[in-house]
Design a protein around this ligand. Structure first.
Ligand SMILES: C[S@@+](CC[C@H](N)C(=O)[O-])C[C@H]1O[C@@H](n2cnc3c(N)ncnc32)[C@H](O)[C@@H]1O
Length: 271
């Protein structure tokens, strides 16, 4: 994708500013996708310079999402609210869930206009999946959108997915309070699947500075602070761990590296 189109008003009409990096497009660039501009690729290059892993950290996080959704579908969860869903790529939530439960309902939420355009195109013919434009920082507004409130059955367990999202909330935005607001609305038997950048390595701490400078957001938090997002839930085995160690389906690479320690995640159940 090229931001230097002859008519920049095309992007403007979509609500896209090709001169400013966006989280979703930077992530896409790290994963080797094509839906990004030069400004996004510059941030991705800085990330890959600090942790030269060819994007392994992002791929591990994405694989955690797929394993988590599969696990929840196997536990009988038939509906998912995926906030900060990102640009569609391989193993999207609805594909994983509906491969096991063809009528599993999925609502994707993101605030990035390019994410919404791509997701809507991909899902035009899928009656069990909705795409909603919304900001996680506005829970009351988001939870009242008909595609969220009316499409999901709020009397049955819901899998709330916040994968790679909460680290984009700065401390001043009260991320723990926001997560709690969503959890309070979920019926008993629901789950929270969450992954988050961790400050476990010096490389991660350098990366925090770089993404704050370029994106204005991005917090590396410690394992205990990440565990705090699951307060009040029954934290499922193996707890909050590097995502590569969460129910791995392949041998875990040893020794741990800045890449395999970059993202921690876990699953909690609301009793
Ligand atoms: C790193 S991507 C993660 C995508 C996907 N969940 C995954 O794990 O592959 C983070 C996504 O969160 C979205 N996002 C960031 N802040 C958000 C906010 N305040 N409200 C809604 N979406 C947000 C970004 O647009 C981006 O698509």
């Amino acid at each position: 994708m090229d931001g230097n189109v002859d008519d920049p008003s095309v992007w403007k009409r979509m609500g896209v500013d090709p001169t400013k990096p966006s989280i979703a497009r930077v992530y896409d660039a790290i994963l080797g996708g094509k839906d990004n501009f030069a400004v996004d690729r510059a941030v991705a290059a800085k990330r890959l310079e600090l942790i030269p892993d060819g994007g392994q950290g992002a791929r591990l996080s994405r694989a955690f999402l797929a394993r988590g959704v599969r696990h929840l579908a196997e536990c009988g969860v038939t509906q998912f609210l995926d906030i900060g869903s990102g640009l569609p790529t391989a193993q999207n939530t609805h594909q994983v869930a509906q491969s096991l439960l063809p009528e599993a309902r999925v609502v994707y939420v993101d605030y990035d206009p390019i994410v919404l355009t791509h997701a809507r195109a991909l899902l035009a013919d899928n009656p069990y999946t909705k795409v909603v434009g919304g900001d996680v920082r506005e829970p009351e507004k988001l939870l009242e959108v008909p595609e969220v409130e009316g499409f999901l059955d709020w009397r049955q367990p819901i899998g709330l997915l916040m994968v790679g999202l909460v680290h984009h909330l700065n401390d001043s935005e009260d991320p723990a309070g926001l997560v709690r607001t969503y959890l309070d609305r979920l019926p008993a038997g629901s789950f929270l699947l969450l992954s988050h950048f961790c400050n476990a390595t010096p490389e991660a701490r350098e990366l925090e500075k770089a993404i704050q400078q370029t994106l204005g957001t991005g917090r590396m938090r410690g394992r205990e602070e990440i565990e705090g997002f699951f307060d009040g839930l029954e934290l499922q085995d193996p707890g909050v761990v590097p995502v590569v160690r969460w129910h791995p389906e392949e041998p875990v690479p040893e020794p741990p590296t800045a890449s395999t320690l970059l993202v921690f995640g876990g699953l909690g159940r609301k009793g």
